[in-house]
Design a protein around this ligand. Structure first.
Ligand SMILES: C[S@@+](CC[C@H](N)C(=O)[O-])C[C@H]1O[C@@H](n2cnc3c(N)ncnc32)[C@H](O)[C@@H]1O
Length: 230
């Protein structure tokens, strides 16, 4: 059942993408990537973020079916991609050798083990514990921070979910890991409504509060922390 939700009015400002606010609710996925790739997102949020931050180049750390690559192709922005399914581990320093610097890093990781992508131990969805998943994501954050240009941003799309009866607040836990790595939010978190989610079409006997969104976190190097380093 579709219900209409009135969104709060956004203040008028000088943004080149005025419809980009802390709530992203666009139906459809656009002609980007594949809807058949499990757990994939659409391309509109990526397009809006790139249009807003205007990067000269993009690095996509977990490309899957190439949604970010397709957005970049449309916007005519050079994009480098990696994915563990092609043997490129975003948590390994050698994957970043000779890549150069990037204005925008996009990461759409597995939401821990909500979907198992493959049996490769290096795949983030293979992490045996929450702690191991967060440790690997922290390494990804450290390594991608190392290839950021001075105005560079790292955008991560991730959601919380219930794993064996225990809710896993992955976005919140990731913010804490990012801060440990000297990153700081570059703007508000963006709540992305998950229109067309497979689980939304199912019926469950149990009672719970359904999650209908995931969260995009945008980080940049924490200038204040750098300045305060003796
Ligand atoms: C949620 S999917 C991303 C889908 C993507 N947005 C698309 O356009 O199809 C997560 C991806 O992370 C990849 N992945 C998991 N662990 C990884 C790692 N350590 N390094 C690089 N990619 C990884 C998986 O192979 C999978 O393709």
């Amino acid at each position: 059942m579709t219900r209409f939700v009135e969104l709060p009015a956004a203040p008028v400002n000088a943004s080149q993408v005025p419809h980009l606010t802390s709530i992203h609710s666009q139906r459809g996925r656009g002609p980007y990537g594949s809807s058949h790739y499990r757990g994939n997102c659409g391309g509109y949020l990526i397009r809006d973020l790139i249009s807003y931050f205007q990067p000269k180049n993009v690095l996509d750390l977990m490309s899957g079916s190439g949604t970010c690559r397709d957005v970049c192709r449309e916007l005519r922005i050079p994009c480098r991609s990696m994915d563990i399914k092609r043997g490129q581990d975003a948590a390994c320093a050698s994957s970043y050798a000779d890549l150069g610097r990037f204005d925008f890093v996009w990461a759409h990781p597995p939401y821990w083990r909500m979907i198992r992508y493959n049996s490769d131990d290096r795949c983030l969805s293979s992490a045996p514990t929450l702690e191991a998943f967060l440790d690997r994501m922290q390494t990804v954050l450290r390594l991608s921070k190392g290839v950021l240009s001075t105005r560079g941003k790292i955008a991560i799309l991730i959601g919380g979910y219930s794993d064996q009866g225990r809710y896993q607040p992955l976005p919140q836990l990731l913010v804490e890991r990012a801060i440990r790595e000297g990153l700081w939010p570059a703007c508000t978190e963006i709540i992305r409504f998950q229109h067309g989610n497979t689980s939304s079409r199912r019926t469950y006997q149990s009672s719970f509060i359904p999650g209908l969104h995931d969260t995009c976190l945008v980080f940049q190097a924490d200038q204040q922390r750098k300045d305060s380093t003796p």
